[in-house]
Design a protein around this ligand. Structure first.
Ligand SMILES: NC(=O)c1ccc[n+]([C@@H]2O[C@H](COP(=O)([O-])OP(=O)(O)OC[C@H]3O[C@@H](n4cnc5c(N)ncnc54)[C@H](O)[C@@H]3O)[C@@H](O)[C@H]2O)c1
Length: 446
């Protein structure tokens, strides 16, 4: 992108409504964390927008502001949370049930704020999430009725909480696998599909469509197809509404998108990569259903091929055995353990192995990503960047890109892209790390 002066960005005045689809482990951890940070009772660790800095200008210039001081983001005090869920539990009960946060230390101190977030009845159809069966659902599973119900909820939330802007984020369960088809090809087919109750239109697509119709940016934290179909992508572009997805990049895929680019950078070969994990939260239970697992598997499997480009490097990556397993194991709750076994080879083909054991916490890793996405999509909206926000690939396992483009998975290229987009938005020079000052006279230090 060329340096072109500062882009006009509307100020972040007033309240930002954050509409979360799903009030489970990730959403309740997000809301509690934001509330704790507001009250000075916790640090928003893992959030680039809250903790990260950005270097500006030449290396000799001491300009490295915090990102939140550099870009006009909404402040944490201005966020107002809303949610939908088929279970009627408020965010306090959801956080207690999810078992991610310590009750005495991180739930009770913000209990008032958590109890205030009560889920709206979900646009839910058990055909798409087999392991969930809650009573707090809209009266009809007819698609048109669900769409109209979501739109009515959005407007009711707007007037009740007097928010000036909104963003919507899918933090709900992973839906059953759906292939993109003719019903998703354009808006006319999609509209007809809604009226015909076409099974290829999942509830997540209805939430996304309702958001876009209301001019609300939408992020997809799960691997469902959702807004990644031509009809909704084009609609977002035409309406100038930002979209981003899909599937938060948290545990093993985060590791994979750091290790695989390293192997490729050193031209080391790969013969196999076996990833398995145990996970005992509700997400793990939903993913225990083969149809939901297939959606997740597709999202996780694409990464290695995209990073390693086997067509370009057939001797190194032409024959990789890649396996991804997810195992529901209740005793561990949200504290996932992920094992990766990497079989690689080096000079003259000699084999080596790498073993990674990541004892992580799923929602502790996901909540800061959800926060950043909400704040950055809101900036994108105020800067009038509609359609796919490829610069937010940093946050996703399966980044959305325009037709004919391949997704960028390398975490550090994603980070550079994100920061250069922020520089571009604010009219600052791009940083190329060229260091041309070593070779040229003058003071062109970059
Ligand atoms: N935590 C992570 O590290 C991580 C990483 C990547 C993706 N994700 C995805 O994020 C999502 C949320 O994860 P979680 O751990 O909070 O799961 P969770 O099971 O705790 O919460 C999901 C909630 O969504 C609700 N729900 C299901 N269908 C709904 C619908 N149609 N409308 C409204 N609510 C609905 C469920 O009742 C549940 O309460 C999952 O899809 C998960 O795969 C999580």
């Amino acid at each position: 992108m060329p340096d072109s002066g500062r882009r006009a960005i509307d100020p972040a005045d007033g309240k930002l409504g954050v509409l979360c689809v799903g009030l489970g482990a990730v959403t309740s951890t997000l809301i509690a964390g934001v509330e704790l940070a507001r009250r000075g009772l916790g640090e928003p660790i893992g959030s680039l927008t809250q903790m990260g800095t950005i270097r500006l200008g030449r290396r000799t210039e001491p300009r490295v502001p915090l990102i939140r001081d550099f870009v006009p983001l909404a402040g944490l005090d201005d966020l107002v949370f809303g949610a939908w869920d088929p279970f009627p539990d408020d965010a306090y009960v959801a956080a207690s049930r999810a078992g991610v946060l310590e009750i005495g230390r991180h739930v009770e101190p913000v209990g008032d704020a958590l109890r205030a977030v009560r889920p709206m009845p979900a646009a839910f159809d058990p055909a798409y999430v087999k392991r969930i069966d809650g009573p707090n659902v809209k009266p009809s599973t007819r698609k048109r009725a669900m769409l109209e119900g979501i739109s009515a909820d959005i407007e009711a939330f707007r007037s009740e909480h007097l928010v000036d802007r909104m963003v919507m984020i899918w933090c709900a369960s992973t839906e059953a696998y759906i292939e993109p088809g003719d019903v998703h090809a354009d808006l006319e087919a999609f509209e007809a599909g809604i009226d015909a109750d076409d099974p290829r239109i999942a509830p997540s697509m209805l939430y996304a469509y309702a958001a876009l119709q209301a001019g609300i940016p939408f992020a997809n934290g799960a691997p469902n197809l959702t807004v990644d179909v031509p009809a909704l992508r084009s609609y977002a572009t035409d309406r100038g509404v930002p979209i981003a997805g899909k599937d938060f990049k948290t545990g093993q895929t985060l590791i994979k998108t750091v290790i695989a680019p390293m192997l490729k950078a050193r031209m080391l070969g790969l013969s196999g990569w076996y990833s398995t994990n145990i996970l005992g939260n509700r997400d793990g239970e939903v993913l225990d259903d083969p149809e939901s697992f297939k959606t997740k598997e597709e999202s996780k499997l694409g990464v290695l091929e995209d990073v390693l480009e086997p067509d370009r490097y057939p001797q190194l990556y032409g024959d990789v055995y890649h396996k991804v397993r997810i195992n529901y194991y209740p005793p561990r709750g949200d504290n996932k353990e992920g094992w990766d076994n990497v079989d690689l080879f080096g000079w003259l083909g000699y084999p080596m192995q790498l073993k990674i054991d990541f004892l992580c916490r799923d929602s502790i890793l996901a909540a800061p990503l959800a926060l950043d996405l909400c704040l950055l999509l809101d900036v994108a909206q105020r800067a009038r960047l509609g359609g796919i926000q490829e610069w937010l690939s940093f946050y996703f396992k399966s980044p959305q890109v325009g037709p004919g483009l391949y997704p960028e998975h390398d975490l550090f290229i994603q980070q550079t892209k994100l920061k250069n987009t922020l520089r571009w938005l604010m009219g600052e020079e791009q940083i190329t790390h060229l260091g041309i000052d070593y070779y040229l006279d003058g003071d062109d230090l970059r």
